[in-house]
Design a protein around this ligand. Structure first.
Ligand code: IMP
Length: 197
């Protein structure tokens, strides 16, 4: 594939669009969001990060006629058989209350009786061309969950996640430090190695 100059970011989440735009800017790639183009937001009916990322990327590429990039991510807790996983955003309910979501994870872990606190953030990235091609990359960062939540710098489940080899949570880390090691950075490194070298 020739190096793209413009990519539609298949998301209506302003934070995600900004972060992806910043990651692609050094490669001279202009990003425009599905929201800005007024594209409809497909329902995330997939059962894996890959299925959801691919259906979002496909919908945006088909509707816009441009290369489209979609991200689907979440927190997978070992003792919960990978939950909340693809349902990470949904565990926070309609008001996107992540204090509630973190409490739900804590409660669910207590109910298992397991002392295993290992977890990983996963990021699936799908890149779809308007003529039907699709590529998929998956990044991860392993760590452990801690309570009570600590730090106010991140979002989502960051206050309860400590990456392996660290003793502060993602929400206590400087954003640049988190972005250097995160699941999203890992997935982007794989994508840029293939397409943007
Ligand atoms: P998506 O928008 O369907 O991909 O939902 C991703 C959800 O996973 C977010 O709403 C967060 O709850 C969670 N998540 C993904 N990445 C991170 C992260 O880096 N820190 C904290 N939570 C994350």
């Amino acid at each position: 594939m020739a190096r793209p100059t413009k990519i539609v970011v298949a998301s209506h989440n302003a934070g995600k669009v900004r972060e992806i735009g910043a990651l692609l800017a050094p490669f001279g790639i202009e990003t425009v969001s599905a929201g800005d183009l007024g594209l409809p937001e497909p329902e995330e009916t997939g059962l894996t990060f890959q299925a959801n990322a691919e259906l979002k990327a496909r919908a945006a590429a088909d509707a816009s006629g441009f290369l489209a990039l979609a991200d689907d991510s979440g927190l997978c807790v070992t003792a919960l058989d990978g939950d909340p996983g693809i349902y990470s955003a949904r565990w926070a309910g309609p008001t996107k209350d992540f204090d509630l979501a973190m409490k739900k994870v804590e409660q669910a872990l207590k109910e298992t009786g397991s002392s295993d606190r290992s977890a990983a953030f996963i990021c699936g990235l799908a890149l779809a061309t308007p003529d039907g091609d699709m590529d998929y990359f998956e990044g991860r960062i392993a760590g452990a969950l801690v309570w009570p939540p600590r730090g106010d710098k991140g979002f989502g489940y960051d206050p309860v996640f400590v990456a392996d080899g660290y003793d502060i949570t993602f929400a206590e880390m400087d954003p640049d430090a988190k972005h250097a090691i995160s699941h999203r950075a890992d997935a982007f490194r794989q994508l840029t190695d293939v397409f943007l070298k």
